[in-house]
Design a protein. Structure first.
Length: 589
C-alpha cells in the first residue's frame, strides 16, 4: 500500500509540476496577449490621431491658403518697411515735432526737403514718405472721417498729431472743425467741456484726471492757465502703492492713464509765446480748399440727392465696420497661431473652427465690400456731377477769408457762409437737365454770397472783392496761370539775377515807358515768353502806335495795337496796362 501511495504521489507531483508549467505558460501567453492588445490599442489610437491630424492639417492648408497669399504680400511689404524703418520713423518724429502749426503746402515742402536730405546721407526712407502712410491706420482714419474730420491729407495728418503726439494738442481751429470732430469722437464717453476762467475749472479737471475722462478746453486765447502746467508738462509721479499721481494746485490726485486733454482756439492767427509752444503741440486745423470742397459737396448732394448722400454715409460706415472686422479676424488668427503649439493646432478643433467661421465671415464681408465698392463708385459719379458747385463755394469762402486781411471787420465765419450756400441752393431755379441745374446753382450761389458779403464792405473795397472773386475763379480753372498771377503782383521779383543781366535797353526811353516799367515788361517776356515774346521788338518797330495807345485818356478801354489785341486776354492786358499806365489798373478791373 505504501508503495502504491508513493507511486501515486510521485505521479501527482509530476502532474502538478506539469500543471504549474502549463499555468505559467498560460500566464505568459495572457501577459503577451495583453501586451499585444495594448500595442494594438496604442497603434489604433495613434492611427486615429494621425488620421485626425492629417484631416485637420488638410483643412488648415485649405483654410489658410487665402491667408497665406495675403500674408506673403504683407511679408514683402514688411521687408521693405523694415529696411526703411529708421528713416521713416525719423521723418515721422520730425513731422510730429515741427510741422503741426504750418499749412499743408508748407508741410509738403518740408517733408520733401527732409526726405531728400535723408537720401543724400544714405538714410533709407520711403521715396514718397507720408505721415499718414507711416503713422496712420486706414480703419482708424476712416472712423475719424465718419466723426467729422475732413478727408483731405492735411486734416488726416492733424488727426494723427492730435492723437499720437506726446504733448497735448492745441488746435488752431477758426472754423471749429477740430472742435466738432473731437466732440463726435468722444460723444459716447463722459467728455468734459471747459473754458479757462471758470471758477470750478481746477476742481473739474482734477476729477477728470482722477477718473480718466477726456477733457476739451474751448476758446483758448494766447495765454494758458498756469494751473494746467503739471498736466501739460506730464509731471506725473509714482505715489504710495505704485499708483501714478499728479499734483494739481494744493492737492495730489491719482492719475488715470485713460485721461486725455484737447484744447482748441478760434483765433485764426494766434501768437503764442515760446513758453506756451514748448508745452503743447500746435496743430493748424484751418480749413483747406480740398476739405471745404468735400464738405460743401456733401451739403449740395444732401439738398439735391438726399437718398444718394444717405446711401453713401451708410456705405462708408458699413465698409469701415467690415474692414475693422477683417482686421480683427486676421489678428485673432495670427494670435492663435503664435500662441498654439504644433500638437494643439493639430489635436484641437479650436483654430479650425475659428478659421472656418472667419472664412465664412470674410467671404460675406468681401462680397459686401465688393458690392459696396461698386455702389460707392456709382454714388461718387453722381456726386462728381455737383463738384463744380462745391468748388465755386470753396473759392468764394477763401476770397471772403482773404478780405479779413484788408480789414478786421470783414471776418465772416464758415458757418455763416455755409448758411448762405444752402440758402442759395434752395433759391436756385430747377433745370431741365443736370448741366442747366448746375449752371443755375453756380450762378445763384455766387450772386447771393457776393451780395450778402458786399453789404458789409466799405464801398472802396467792393471792387477788390469782385476782382478777387473773378481772378480766383479763373485761377482755379487755370485760365490765369500761376506765372501770370505772380507777375501781376510781384513784377520784376519773378525773374533771376542772371535774367536781369541779359535785359536789353529800354526800347522807348524818355517816353511814358520809364526804366522801371521796362524792367516790368522784360519780366513778363522772360516769365511768359509764349505770351509776351517779341513785345520789346514790337515797341521798337511800332513806337508811334504804342505811344498813341498808352497816351490815350482811357487806355484800359482801348484795344491794344496790332495783333496784340487778339493775342492777349483781358487779364494779360493788365500786365501791359500796368507797364504804361499803372494808375488805370483799378478802372480796368
Amino acid at each position: 500500500m505504501d508503495k502504491i501511495l508513493s507511486d501515486s504521489m510521485a505521479i501527482l507531483n509530476k502532474k502538478l509540476e506539469e500543471l504549474r508549467i502549463v499555468k505559467e505558460n498560460v500566464a505568459a501567453l495572457v501577459a503577451n496577449a495583453n501586451r499585444l492588445q495594448s500595442q494594438k490599442e496604442e497603434l489604433e489610437f495613434r492611427m486615429n490621431r494621425d488620421q485626425a491630424r492629417m484631416g485637420r492639417a488638410e483643412k488648415l492648408v485649405v483654410l489658410l491658403a487665402d491667408e497665406a497669399v495675403r500674408w506673403k504680400e504683407t511679408v514683402e511689404v514688411l521687408d521693405v518697411d523694415i529696411t526703411q524703418l529708421v528713416g521713416n520713423v525719423f521723418l515721422s518724429c520730425a513731422c510730429i515735432s515741427y510741422f503741426g502749426a504750418f499749412t499743408g503746402v508748407y508741410r509738403t515742402e518740408m517733408t520733401a526737403a527732409w526726405s531728400t536730405a535723408c537720401h543724400e546721407k544714405d538714410i533709407p526712407c520711403d521715396e514718397s514718405f507720408s505721415l499718414v502712410k507711416v503713422m496712420g491706420d486706414p480703419v482708424t482714419i476712416r472712423g475719424w472721417c465718419i466723426d467729422g474730420l475732413p478727408t483731405d491729407t492735411t486734416s488726416c495728418e492733424n488727426g494723427i498729431l492730435t492723437t499720437v503726439a506726446e504733448r497735448w494738442g492745441l488746435c488752431i481751429d477758426p472754423q471749429e472743425q477740430a472742435n466738432k470732430w473731437i466732440k463726435n469722437m468722444y460723444k459716447k464717453e463722459k467728455m468734459l467741456m471747459l473754458k479757462f476762467g471758470k471758477s470750478t475749472f481746477l476742481r473739474e479737471i482734477s476729477a477728470a484726471v482722477n477718473n480718466g475722462f477726456p477733457v476739451l478746453i474751448e476758446d483758448v486765447q494766447e495765454q494758458i492757465d498756469p494751473g494746467l502746467d503739471p498736466i501739460l508738462m506730464h509731471s506725473e509721479f509714482m505715489g504710495d502703492g505704485g499708483i501714478k499721481q499728479i499734483k494739481l494746485g494744493e492737492s495730489t490726485q491719482d492719475y488715470d492713464n485713460d485721461f486725455k486733454l484737447f484744447m482748441t482756439t478760434k483765433l485764426p492767427n494766434p501768437h503764442y509765446p515760446p513758453e506756451v509752444c514748448i508745452k503743447v503741440t500746435l496743430i493748424n486745423f484751418t480749413v483747406t480748399f480740398e476739405g471745404l470742397e468735400e464738405q460743401l459737396l456733401g451739403d449740395v448732394v444732401i439738398k439735391e440727392k438726399p437718398e444718394v448722400e444717405a446711401q453713401r454715409d451708410k456705405i462708408v460706415i458699413q465698409m469701415a465696420a467690415d474692414k475693422k472686422t477683417l482686421k480683427d479676424i486676421e489678428g485673432t488668427i495670427l494670435r492663435m497661431l503664435s500662441e498654439s503649439t504644433e500638437e494643439q493646432i493639430l489635436d484641437e478643433d479650436t483654430l479650425i473652427n475659428k478659421l472656418e467661421e472667419s472664412a465664412v465671415t470674410s467671404a460675406e464681408i468681401n462680397e459686401r465690400i465688393a458690392d459696396s465698392t461698386v455702389v460707392e463708385e456709382a454714388i461718387n459719379i453722381t456726386r462728381a456731377g455737383y463738384k463744380s458747385v462745391a468748388v465755386r463755394g470753396s473759392i468764394l469762402y477763401f476770397v471772403i477769408a482773404d478780405m479779413a486781411r484788408i480789414n478786421d471787420m470783414y471776418q465772416n465765419s464758415l458757418q455763416f457762409v455755409k448758411v448762405l450756400f444752402n440758402k442759395a441752393i434752395d433759391a436756385s431755379p430747377a433745370g431741365e437737365t443736370l448741366d442747366v441745374r448746375i449752371d443755375n446753382l453756380i450762378s445763384v450761389i455766387t450772386s447771393i454770397i457776393f451780395t450778402n458779403i458786399s453789404r458789409g464792405l466799405f464801398e472802396r473795397d467792393k471792387l477788390i472783392f469782385s476782382f478777387l472773386i473773378a481772378t480766383s475763379i479763373d485761377r482755379n480753372s487755370n485760365k490765369i496761370t500761376a506765372a501770370a498771377w505772380n507777375l501781376l503782383l510781384r513784377g520784376t521779383a519773378t525773374i533771376s539775377d542772371a535774367d536781369k543781366k541779359k535785359q536789353p535797353a529800354n526800347p522807348l526811353p524818355k517816353t511814358i515807358l520809364n526804366d522801371l516799367s521796362a524792367d516790368y515788361l522784360y519780366s513778363a517776356e522772360v516769365v511768359m515768353p509764349e505770351v509776351y515774346g517779341g513785345i520789346f521788338e514790337s515797341f521798337t518797330e511800332n513806337e508811334a502806335l504804342w505811344l498813341e495807345w498808352a497816351g490815350s485818356d482811357n487806355p484800359h478801354t482801348e484795344p491794344l495795337p496790332l495783333d496784340w489785341k487778339e493775342k492777349l486776354d483781358d487779364f494779360q492786358r493788365l500786365i501791359i496796362l500796368k507797364t504804361f499806365r499803372p494808375e488805370k489798373i483799378m478802372f480796368a478791373f
